[in-house]
Design a protein around this ligand. Structure first.
Ligand SMILES: NC(=O)c1ccc[n+]([C@@H]2O[C@H](COP(=O)([O-])OP(=O)(O)OC[C@H]3O[C@@H](n4cnc5c(N)ncnc54)[C@H](OP(=O)(O)O)[C@@H]3O)[C@@H](O)[C@H]2O)c1
Length: 232
């Protein structure tokens, strides 16, 4: 693989979306960096870096970018896929302990903000032709409430706002920001997401030259679908 091969970093890379997206982009000639709590750095190879990280600590996000920049090169595609939640009692969501709430917001929003800061710092140094794409794996919770899902709902809503604002602020520089939300064909929420469908969709977003709709609801096998306002 050439020294100029593009680089993708996946923050929060497990066996489904993370690994599948990594394999897909590797097949297209990308060098891949995967970061998650249970990854072992000793399993890294020349073209695939594994970085043990816990994004309940924002310093770990900065550490990922330092390692990726020095070992593989500046990433042109950044995927933020980590998420955290504790179920909240449906009838009493405010009984959640503050420590749990804070941790979820750190993983779902604050660390994504730091990742976006790092991504943009890198994008500015990449050539014109580079992809410069930041993707946040979302779900329906930025437009819907679900009983028991207060923490992740606040987290995904905050991240959706971050992505929306960034998609406007950076579009003239050619940086693309997406909140991706897989849905069922009828537009309702899906609970078992498809790693393959995410890999295909992320590839399309990384390939496109200009910013498309920041809110990328999509359906496996069909692609982007404007799901409109959610009806309970
Ligand atoms: N569209 C929808 O309706 C929908 C439905 C379900 C899920 N989702 C979203 O899909 C994403 C996850 O999908 P997946 O489970 O298929 O992906 P995955 O790549 O199989 O797993 C994500 C990985 O993130 C890592 N992670 C979690 N917390 C972390 C932390 N604090 N620090 C570092 N890494 C962390 C975990 O690995 P370690 O345990 O090793 O850290 C986990 O295996 C989430 O963003 C979730 O909200 C969307």
């Amino acid at each position: 693989m050439s020294a100029t091969s593009p680089v993708i970093v996946i923050l929060g890379a497990g066996s489904n979306i993370g690994q599948t997206v990594g394999k897909f982009f590797a097949g297209k000639g990308y060098k891949v960096a995967l970061a998650a709590r249970s990854l072992n750095e000793a399993d890294s190879t020349e073209n695939q870096l594994h970085i043990a990280s816990d994004f309940s600590n924002t310093d770990d996000v900065v550490n990922v970018f330092k390692k990726v920049n020095s070992k593989l090169g500046i990433p042109s595609v950044v995927v933020y896929n980590a998420s955290s939640m504790s179920p909240s009692p449906a009838e009493d969501p405010f009984s959640l302990p503050i420590a749990s709430f804070t941790k979820t917001l750190t993983v779902n929003v604050t660390s994504a903000f730091v990742a976006a800061q790092q991504a943009v710092e890198g994008f500015a140094k990449l050539p014109e032709s580079a992809s410069k794409t930041f993707i946040y794996t979302g779900n329906i919770l930025n437009v819907a409430i679900l009983p028991g899902f207060l923490e992740p709902g606040i987290g995904k809503s905050g991240a959706a706002h971050l992505i929306w604002a960034a998609s406007e602020a950076y579009k003239d520089r050619g940086y693309k920001f997406y909140y991706v939300d897989e849905r069922k064909p009828d537009g309702s929420a899906i609970f078992r997401v498809s790693g393959d469908a995410h890999a295909n969709h992320f590839w399309g977003l990384a390939q496109s030259k200009t910013q498309g709709p920041w809110l990328q609801s999509f359906v496996k096998g069909t692609g982007y679908k404007d799901c409109g306002p959610y009806k309970l």
